[in-house]
Design a binder for this molecule. Structure first.
Ligand SMILES: C[S@@+](CC[C@H](N)C(=O)[O-])C[C@H]1O[C@@H](n2cnc3c(N)ncnc32)[C@H](O)[C@@H]1O
Length: 297
């Protein structure tokens, strides 16, 4: 499929696997990646579970005008694809197209893959092992916790542009930091923001991405969309699932964030539980941003 994957990043030089377990969750140990989420089966389940809600919120799997190309046979890559559920859903709908999913974590599906799907376990920050101009659609979703601001600008966006064909589309979806009137939610959201900042990550990257794309001058058209999602059961199924996605994301981040907040894991879990309760009580809000950009011919 025009990609190679000779290098493995998960075995350190002495042959030991670069993971560590903290309070029952597994994390990578790569010093060059600021990513702080867990990379275990529980995380794969969390990501897959949110898939249907995201489709409902955004009205489908993608928004770029590539339906016809996909039906006739196109090439698509999903960067930081997590459990691979978006790729598998796309591959089933568009059997004439070919799909590549790439992720640093060992949560990619390995069995019974459709013939039009390939998954690669790889660190995107080392450069994506695929040829220039080889994809009609380059997709990436929820990588806010993965790249520092300079990595976005100097590595990731240039890679995305390199991979897209002239006349191809790129589509990026990001979430923002949570906004709430609940005091515990405010405390946790502030801690998350500061913790991310301490790692060079930019919690509000969703708003910034379109400006970064504009600066490259690589696109003939950039379309931005913004959704405000009120969290909790009373706002419907997708809002309930978004709250679950957010709080389970906090749980996935427990190792780093509880240490940053200087609270023991049990106390941290109780705070996350209160974030859920406060969301039902106050108007907790989670913003998402989607940008679709058309690469110049
Ligand atoms: C919040 S998850 C989102 C996964 C998927 N895009 C989704 O929406 O379900 C972020 C993903 O980015 C991956 N990731 C983080 N840093 C990465 C890197 N440097 N290279 C490749 N994948 C990375 C993580 O392993 C994780 O699966």
């Amino acid at each position: 499929m025009g990609c190679c994957c000779s290098k493995r990043y998960f075995e350190e030089e002495n042959g030991t696997i670069g993971y560590r377990l903290i309070n029952g969750r597994r994390y990578h140990t790569l010093s060059e990646s600021a990513y702080f989420g867990a990379n275990d089966d529980e995380e794969a389940y969390r990501l897959s579970r949110y898939h249907d809600a995201i489709k409902e919120i955004w009205g489908g799997l993608f928004n770029s005008p590539v339906e016809e190309k996909l039906s006739n046979g196109a090439r698509v890559i999903d960067i930081g694809c997590g459990s691979g559920i978006w790729i598998l859903d796309m591959a089933q709908r568009y059997p004439k197209s070919k799909f590549v999913g790439i992720d640093i974590s060992p949560i990619l599906p390995t069995e019974n893959l459709p013939p039009n799907v390939k998954f690669i376990q790889y660190n995107v920050l080392d450069g994506i092992p695929c040829e220039d101009s080889s994809f009609d659609l380059v997709h990436q979703k929820f990588l806010v916790g993965a790249y520092t601001e300079s990595q976005w600008e100097e590595k990731v966006i240039p890679e995305i542009i390199r991979l897209a064909r002239p006349d191809g589309w790129i589509e990026l979806l990001e979430g923002d930091i949570i906004i709430s009137n609940g005091s515990v939610t405010q405390r946790v959201a502030r801690a998350l923001h500061d913790f991310m900042k301490s790692r060079g990550l930019y919690a509000n990257i969703g708003k910034e991405v379109p400006r970064m794309l504009e600066r490259t001058n690589a696109f003939s058209e950039i379309r931005n969309q913004h959704k405000i999602i009120k969290l909790g059961k009373k706002h419907g199924k997708s809002s309930e699932e978004t709250l679950r996605f957010f709080t389970s994301g906090l749980t996935s981040s427990r190792a780093g964030l509880s240490a940053w907040m200087n609270v023991i894991p049990e106390h941290y879990d109780a705070l996350v539980e209160t974030v859920s309760i406060e969301a039902e009580k106050y108007s907790t809000q989670f913003d998402q941003y989607r940008v679709c950009a058309h690469k110049k011919i």
